[in-house]
Design a protein around this ligand. Structure first.
Ligand code: PEP
Ligand code: MG
Length: 892
């Protein structure tokens, strides 16, 4: 019989923390904490296997689930001496989702379950606090009816507002028990009007309703969007945890809060968090009241007058600090803990590895390693390569002038400047039009997730460091300033009022999520550098990495950036980019417009010194690292103008008449240029073009080697070949030019090819007879394998991913199932012919961590990516090495 339900509580548990696949992160950690003897209210977790069963069987549960849940409820009843649905001593429970990967706020939760007309009275008698009992009951009716029965939130707000108005109250705390009674009657009428059966009084019916809603919420739109953004498979499913309620809102000796064992923004080893006295858990996360600091130091730092927990509740604070130490020592990582204090007793409701910014992730990994808690390789594993992107973006120039108009909490670091938008849909729409937007909201909710993703930065006027906005922004790497009390938003008028300024949607703001400053207009930024913890972790990563990392670069600036980020060579220099320079494009056009080879050669002769000086600069900057230079690749028409207006300018500059330009442009027009006269087909038909480029490369290499004394190793790369014959013809030319410039004796040069076509991969054994290296051009290889144009895919790729036809955009993450087979085959067949053939990748996938992991598994020698992704690739390559084999031989 399958075990569907796992109990925990009272120092024991059926589950363990390594069972997150089955119990979800929350359920697994509650089980573990219970076994560790921490104060965890008892409960049980319904496993993800039930979720799978539920969706595989038309939303029906396994037959034996009912009995298992009854038994689990009976256990809690016995442990606490309470009864579920008991009118005198009612057991109340929370029902929460918990997936394998944390999906904060994406799925549904129901609290205070088990309350009805009778048990609410029982709770009132038992606690001696009728107001509290009725307040809990009305919260439950509202939450349950929203989550399970789909009744609109605002209908309940209307009832509450009219009771308040009738009595002249402004705050919820003004309502007496009798007022709450009236509100409850009003709430029940709302539910009766809106649903066929009204509000259910039976506790078990409530329980199954809530369990069904949580499983159902796995497929709500926000959860689906979140999974897509974070690459979480649909098939994982969620678990449901049912746990005895504890109350943080039974008076001033009660509280609820969130704590991080270290600062999640900076990674500093200080206890960090917030709490609210006399409140329920959701109040802290929702940002409805401004929370208080945990520690006195944090309170003083924030300049707050509200007492810290350390000062207000010293004894419980002491216990919490003790639990902080135990949990961090146990999990060997920074923890994010939710706790509740009920009448002076501390309960832990959740622990998980805390979300953190990239700088915090680096600092925590490096500190834990220095403290001997984890080793270097574990530290390398701890940092998400893609998150480094946050550190590779600009920050505010300290010397730039800034007009600070408001200050909030530094919720997620980084700087961003953009136009103000006031809602998530506008953020998505305007970002889609290429604008950089700052989303300004009172607070954010899970419905705003698409807008937060589209925004370059986020500002909220309410909420603390653990508010939804702060947590999600940190996870996404978006700069965020939260709780900016000085900003008032008038969403209807589309205006933001701040420090005497009235700004409209569309006006420009700059924010600094590291300091909490909000500034008028655009403030200058500076580029990042690799230093401190970042450099330390990179050095550890390099020790564990087998594959080399190179960069795709052609300008001196890009090459320098690449080197500063640790690139070990250039894997792709796209020479066509060098042709677009003002001075050169005229010569390039003259060359293209020439009708005879002699005229073409004359234009090429004028281009030669310019190309040579490009390569001299590149070889000099790269100081002896290998440099792969690709011969001209795009179809020639790309260098000619498109519009009639531009024809005249080109005609004049090239010394021909307008009809000649128009005629030549027409002649070069192709119906399908990506599959047309491009790549080495140009070299085969216009050998003089490639000959000029080869001469420029080799002369530059000889010159730099002579002058610097460095070994210069040019790798001449032929694009878009599909046969050995193409390579042979071009290699013969290259060797001839090498002899002519005397390169043969003075330096080693390699001649290789890109593998960008299925035929090239299939015939790799033949191509390797001629080619000394392969570089997988997976942009074109993806395009030609899937038969999807890389330039037109955006129109439908979203639908393909949404409908699950493809897991990810194959132009971003390598399609291992299809294209990956060709890469694997190319590697195997290439090595059969030439065992020491050098193998790399230079398509966009060379900077994508999952694709890099695949490159390791097929044994490529290096990956090459854009300069800003070099650190990401170094870390991803190290993690890939650690996953497969211990460090082996290194080739370059
Ligand atoms: C490729 O096709 O993967 C490649 C690197 O070349 P390009 O992007 O220039 O076509
Ligand atoms: Mg290509």
């Amino acid at each position: 019989m399958t075990k569907w339900v796992y109990n925990f509580g009272g120092g024991e548990a059926d589950g363990r923390s390594d069972m997150r696949d089955l119990l979800g992160g929350k359920g697994a950690n509650l089980a573990e904490m219970s076994t560790l003897g921490l104060p965890v209210p008892p409960g049980f977790t319904i496993s993800t296997a039930v979720c799978t069963h539920f969706y595989d069987n038309g939303r029906r549960y396994p037959d034996d689930l009912n009995a298992a849940v009854d038994e689990a409820i009976a256990r809690i009843e016995k442990r606490l001496g309470m009864g579920f649905g008991d009118a005198h001593n009612p057991l109340l429970v929370s029902v929460r989702s918990g997936a394998r990967a944390s999906m904060p706020g994406m799925m549904d939760t129901v609290l205070n379950l088990g309350l009805n007309d009778e048990t609410a009275e029982g709770l009132a008698k038992k606690t001696g606090d009728r107001r509290f009992a009725l307040d809990s009951y009305r919260r439950f009716i509202q939450m349950y009816s929203g989550v399970v029965l789909g009744v609109d939130h605002y209908l309940f707000e209307d009832v509450l507002d009219s009771t308040k108005r009738a009595n002249g109250f402004t705050l919820d705390t003004d309502l007496t028990a009798a007022d709450w009674e009236e509100v409850i009657e009003g709430y029940k009428r709302v539910v009766a009007d809106e649903t066929p059966d009204g509000f259910p009084q039976d506790a078990r019916e409530q329980l199954w309703g809530a369990v069904g809603a949580v499983f159902g919420s796995w497929q709500n739109q926000r959860a689906i969007t979140y999974r897509r953004l974070h690459n979480i498979p649909d098939a994982w499913g969620t678990a449901v945890t049912v746990q005895a309620m504890v109350f943080g809102n039974m008076g001033n000796d009660c509280a609820t809060g969130v704590a991080f064992t270290r600062d999640p923004s900076t990674g500093e080893n200080v206890f960090y968090g917030e709490y609210l006295i006399n409140a329920q858990g959701e109040d802290v996360v929702a940002g409805i009241r401004t929370p208080q600091s945990l520690t006195r130091a944090a309170r003083e730092n924030a300049g707050s007058r509200l007492p810290s927990m350390e000062e207000e509740m010293p004894a419980v604070f002491g216990q919490l600090v003790d639990i902080r130490d135990r949990l961090e020592a146990h999990y060997k990582d920074m923890q994010d803990i939710e706790f509740t204090i009920q009448q002076g007793d501390l309960f832990i409701l959740q622990t998980r590895n805390g979300k953190r910014t990239a700088p915090a992730a680096l600092k925590i990994a490096v500190d834990l390693c220095h403290d001997g808690v984890i080793d270097e390789s574990e530290a390398v594993r701890r940092v998400e390569p893609a998150s480094l992107d946050q550190l590779l973006h600009p920050r505010l120039d300290p010397d730039a002038e800034r007009n600070v108009i408001a200050k909030g909490l530094p919720a997620s670091p980084g700087a961003a400047a953009g136009i103000i938008v006031l809602n998530a849909d506008d953020a998505e729409a305007r970002a889609g039009r290429g604008e950089t937007v700052i989303l300004v909201r009172e607070e954010t909710s899970p419905e705003d997730i698409h807008g937060m993703h589209a925004a370059a930065g986020i500002v909220t006027t309410r909420g603390g460091m653990t508010s939804h906005a702060a947590v999600v922004a940190r996870g996404m790497g978006r700069p965020c300033v939260s709780g900016v009390g000085g900003i008032r938003i008038d969403e209807q008028a589309g205006k933001v009022i701040v420090a005497g300024h009235t700004l409209a949607a569309g006006d420009r703001l700059t924010i600094d999520g590291g300091t909490g400053e909000v500034m008028l207009g655009d403030v200058g930024t500076i580029q990042p550098t690799l230093s401190g913890d970042f450099a330390t972790l990179m050095a550890w990563a390099d020790k564990h990495r087998r594959m080399r990392v190179r960069a795709n670069a052609e300008t001196p600036a890009d090459a320098r950036t690449a080197l500063s980020f640790g690139a070990e060579g250039i894997g792709l220099c796209r020479t066509e980019h060098m042709f677009f320079d003002q001075e050169r494009i005229t010569e390039v056009r003259r060359m293209i417009l020439s009708t005879t080879e002699t005229a073409r050669r004359a234009a090429l002769d004028r281009l030669l010194p310019m190309q040579r000086s490009d390569f001299v600069e590149l070889f000099t900057i790269m100081r002896g690292f290998p440099v792969t230079i690709r011969l001209l690749d795009p179809p020639l028409h790309e260098f000619l103008p498109r519009s009639d207006g531009d024809f005249a300018d080109v005609a004049e500059a090239a010394g021909v008449d307008v009809p000649t330009v128009r005629h030549r442009a027409l002649q070069l027009h192709e119906s399908n240029p990506m599959l047309g006269h491009r790549g080495c087909r140009l070299g085969i038909t216009y050998p003089e073009i490639y000959e000029m480029q080869v001469r420029a490369i080799l002369e530059a290499a000889v010159e730099v080697a002579r002058e610097s004394g460095d070994t210069v190793i040019p790798e001449i790369m032929i694009p878009l070949a599909f046969s050995r014959e193409e390579l042979d013809i071009l290699k013969t030319m290259i060797d001839r030019v090498a002899t002519e410039v005397g390169a043969g004796e003075k330096l080693t040069y390699l001649v290789g090819t890109m593998i960008e076509l299925p035929r090239a991969a299939l015939c790799a054994d033949k191509l390797a007879q001629s080619a000394e290296f392969f570089s997988f051009g997976t942009n074109d290889l993806t395009q030609t394998t899937l038969g999807i144009s890389r330039d037109d895919a955006t129109n439908f790729m979203g639908a393909y991913v949404d409908q699950g036809i493809l897991d990810r955009d194959p132009f971003t993450t390598l399609d291992q199932e299809g294209v990956g087979q060709l890469v694997r085959l190319g590697v195997e067949r290439g090595r059969e012919t030439r065992p020491d053939i050098k193998l790399g990748i230079c398509g966009e996938h060379g900077g994508d961590p999952d694709s890099i992991s695949f490159c390791e598994s097929v044994g490529l020698d290096y990956v090459s990516c854009s300069p800003f992704r070099v650190p990401i690739a170094r870390l991803a390559a190290a993690q890939a090495s650690l996953k497969s084999d211990p460090p082996g031989h290194r080739t370059g």
